[in-house]
Design a protein around this ligand. Structure first.
Ligand SMILES: Nc1ncnc2c1ncn2[C@@H]1O[C@H](COP(=O)(O)OP(=O)(O)OP(=O)(O)O)[C@@H](O)[C@H]1O
Length: 563
């Protein structure tokens, strides 16, 4: 790679040395790649989109269902490999995160040296891409995808740790436990929650160098960067929330400020003086199904982190506000998902009065655990051992449950009659997953707290099993804060427990987005699914307003004579 350096690259090195006392070696590969896929050939395969053939081959082997990239994945991959900033917005389950990971795997590895005259022995691989995600389960899901692709690579696959590592808060374990590995063997891709990166860098600013990053991805960006609606009529509540955001900007904002500096503070002159500098600011990629105007305002105007050269990739987008264009009306949330609301009380369970009668959607057949997928993952940390389970059970057996038992019983009844393989139950963020699992097990439901590091609590469902057999149905319990972006291909049902599971930070738009994302765990990649919200009588007007605002018609659930 070194021998192919062009004169311009050499100049860049000189600049680099002067400005940063480090030498960027792998830029040559990026320039070569740019030539490779700036051709006008129609993009039909991952190779056409710019992926190296060995990587594409490993993808086909690891994911037999993945044969060609979707149109948006093709342009995503080309734009990422061209080094462009990207805003990616497409509906839930359309393959955004998956496409992103493929593009990042293909990026050339950043290699630096602190001594320009030294030979290659002093080359130091650096973290090329930092992928920020809102919670640990999404981080481990991405790691799992990368692990599967790595294992499917030809002879002598590289170690997973050299390709990707995860930095997250790990229950009772401290996040710094993973640091020595990151320091000694920096991964090509670091997947992390913003809070864990901020915490680590506060403790040790040299843990890794943000300035050496080539790419920064914020997946589920709107969840990590809270914004308030624009043109909001000023009132006390709104001003209070604005102040709160100023005082507590949140770890993602803090981290972006650290990585990019506050570009809006640069004067035009100081910008001019930077024009010739070879230091590239890291390419910035934002992705979500729900990117609202106020978030774009934050990146374009308030922080000036993006400008008009950004590649805006949009496809199926819900109308989130008046001026937003609906790019297509074939949204999975309306065409592939049926929405049900059950009102549960001591007197029984009834459908929402406004629900219409409709043909049940044909659900895919049940699947069993994917044995091939049960190989332990080589992660930087092992799953937390839950030694408190027994004592918790004793405690729960002696205390009344704070959870509404009528709602839980409705979930248990529908689960028993309608779920073929695996379903998800989303409980309010303030509720205890352990307690919900305990209560449901007392009702005879095979409920488990979702944890993507544990085989039967989520990991088995990360890849689609090939065989279609009826398995012992499982109900995975989680809160809305740990479900964004999670992908279980065999999932058919999402249960939402009470309207409290939807309310997000007392922010109506966030609440609507929460419903969109919870629903989006099914109806993925053209597979049908059901979303069943179970509420008490008081919450009926409220859930009707949510569905009405999203232009969703609730459908009666009456296939099994329960109601
Ligand atoms: N080109 C493809 N062909 C077939 N399946 C694909 C393709 N790309 C992705 N998938 C599958 O689609 C599923 C959804 O992918 P992914 O989680 O990336 O969607 P997403 O758009 O990021 O969803 P969300 O908005 O909920 O985060 C995954 O199971 C993935 O394996």
């Amino acid at each position: 790679m070194k021998s192919s350096l062009s004169t311009s690259i050499f100049k860049k090195r000189q600049w680099t040395r002067r400005l940063q006392n480090i030498r960027l070696i792998s830029q040559a590969t990026e320039d070569h790649l740019h030539d490779h896929y700036s051709h006008s050939k129609p993009i039909l395969t991952f190779e056409d989109a710019g992926l190296r053939p060995p990587l594409a081959k490993a993808i086909y082997t690891a994911f037999p269902n993945v044969k060609t990239p979707t149109e948006i994945q093709s342009s995503l991959i080309s734009n990422v490999l061209e080094g462009k900033d990207v805003i990616l917005q497409d509906e839930t389950g359309s393959g955004k995160s998956f496409g992103l990971i493929l593009a990042l795997l293909n990026k050339p590895r950043m290699v630096f040296t602190d001594d320009l005259s030294a030979d290659r022995a002093s080359d130091r691989p650096a973290i090329t891409s930092l992928v920020l995600v809102p919670h640990r389960d999404l981080a481990f899901q991405m790691l799992h995808w990368i692990d599967s692709i790595t294992q499917a690579s030809d002879v002598n696959p590289p170690s997973l740790a050299s390709i990707a590592q995860v930095l997250v808060r790990e229950g009772r374990r401290h996040i710094s436990e993973g640091l020595p590995l990151i320091r000694n063997e920096p991964p090509h891709i670091l997947i992390a929650t913003p809070a864990s990166v901020v915490e680590i860098l506060e403790k040790d600013p040299n843990a890794f160098h943000l300035r050496e990053l080539s790419t920064v991805v914020l997946d589920e960006v709107d969840y990590m960067i809270e914004t308030l609606p624009l043109n909001h009529k000023p009132n006390k509540g709104h001003s209070h929330k604005m102040n709160q955001l100023r005082i507590h900007p949140g770890p993602a904002r803090i981290l972006l400020d650290q990585i990019y500096g506050d570009q809006s503070k640069l004067s035009a002159e100081s910008r001019e003086s930077l024009v010739d500098a070879p230091y590239h600011r890291p390419q910035l990629i934002l992705s979500s199904a729900t990117i609202r105007r106020q978030l774009k305002h934050y990146f374009f105007s308030e922080k000036q982190l993006l400008n008009r050269n950004v590649a805006k990739l949009r496809r199926s987008v819900m109308r989130l506000h008046g001026r937003d264009e609906l790019v297509t009306d074939e949204l999975a949330i309306r065409s592939m998902i049926s929405h049900h609301v059950l009102v549960a009380s001591e007197g029984g369970i009834v459908n929402l009065p406004s629900a219409v009668i409709s043909e049940a959607k044909q659900l895919p057949p049940a699947v069993e655990f994917d044995e091939a997928n049960s190989r332990p993952m080589d992660t930087t940390s092992s799953p937390p051992f839950d030694s408190n389970a027994a004592s918790r059970s004793i405690e729960f057996s002696m205390t009344p449950s704070p959870l509404n038992q009528d709602l839980l019983e409705a979930v248990a009844a529908v689960f028993a009659l309608d779920v073929p393989s695996v379903a998800l139950l989303v409980i309010p963020p303030s509720a205890s997953v352990h307690r919900a699992v305990y209560d449901l097990r007392e009702m005879g439901v095979d409920a488990l707290g979702m944890d993507l590091l544990v085989q039967d609590r989520g990991r088995s469902y990360l890849l689609q099993a090939d065989k279609a057999h009826k398995a012992n149905p499982k109900l995975l319990v989680c809160t809305s804060s740990s479900i964004r972006g999670v992908d279980f291909p065999s999932l058919t049902h999402v249960f939402i427990l009470g309207y409290e599971a939807l309310i997000a930070k007392d922010n109506w738009t966030l609440t609507l987005d929460t419903y969109i994302h919870l629903c989006g765990r099914v109806g993925r990649f053209k597979k049908p699914g059901k979303v069943i919200t179970v509420v008490d009588n008081k919450a009926v007007p409220w859930i009707e307003k949510v569905l009405h605002t999203l232009d969703i018609t609730p459908v009666q659930l009456n296939t099994f004579g329960l109601l």
